[in-house]
Design a protein around this ligand. Sequence first.
Ligand code: TXA
Ligand code: MG
Length: 350
Amino acid sequence: MDTKIVMVDENKLDKDIMQKAGEVIRSGGLVVFPTETVYGLGANALDTKAVKKIFEAKGRPQDNPLIVHIADVEEIEALVSEVPELAKKFMERFWPGPMTIILPKSSVIPDVTSASLPCVGIRMPSNIIARELIRAAKVPIAAPSANISGRPSPTDVQRCVEDLSGKVDYIIGGKICDIGLESTVIDCTTQPTCVLRPGGITLEMLKEVDENTYIDPAVMIKPEKDFKPKAPGMKYRHYAPKAPVKIVQGDLKKTIEKINKIVQNYIDENKVVGIMATDETMEYYSKGVIISLGSRENMISVSHSLFETLRKFDDEKVDVIISEAFEEKGVGVAVMNRLKKSAGFDIINV
Ligand code: TXA
Ligand code: MG
């Protein structure tokens, strides 16, 4: 398949391009587009055949439901059977933005989109290109992250091109995604509200709307073999670069000492080691490929660069990646959730 790749400036939207891309969606094609979280791989959420193409292009397991993206709040009415008062409060506070709400689905949502679940995830992104695409398509857009299943989600259009060129009709490039981690997924089908996937909207922020909101305990622990999480996507090995990832967790000074020891051992075996460091710790490493995720004082900068850094280590063809850990509070919860999954829960405590 020929993939058309176009760059769009969100401050000067090219209406023609957006119109054409919208028509591609409406006629059953696949379009990659930027959002404020990660790039999405979109299709008409109401078209079974089109949605099936998403699963094929990504190599995504059929039992993993997709998030349905809307441009305006009113569009949710047709897609769900009920919007509880509490869900309305979350929507008012955090939409448009990086939050997905799970609600009981209406009959217009095909089984393939919700992976036959009785509920559906709805999100209204804040990214202008994403919103204009949905408006131009005149249909809600089902979109997972625009990566091959299992790989780190793309935050830069070049990574979408690497993974999906030749498999989709259209790739719209915008700027690098602000948040860099996928949306916070909250389940509003039951009370209290449960966070199924942590993201840029943190637990602390959600609690300002409903103080009983809690994070599904399954989010931060290694899944048992036959474990069935509430968000089916959370059971798969995810966000994985080609090289194995190991996390060193504990006191920062001890972490640096331990990482330096591990790095030396790998170098003695003639291996190329990547170190995922931070601005505060960079200077304490001298061997291997050292990349900083940003400052520990600014966890959004860390979340912004996590997936891209994992992919950079692949470009450098490292044999193994050693990462520092982060405190599990605020956005750090989402960062550690993705990092642990990318490492397959290979954690060394110091
Ligand atoms: O930020 C995002 O949410 C991005 C951008 C493109 O909007 N999309 C994204 O989609 O991350 P995806 O497919 O990579 O992740 C969707 C997650 C999965 O963990 C899935 O299991 C969960 O949301 N999910 C979707 N629908 C659900 C449902 N009905 N019930 C429970 N979990 C659901
Ligand atoms: Mg994904």
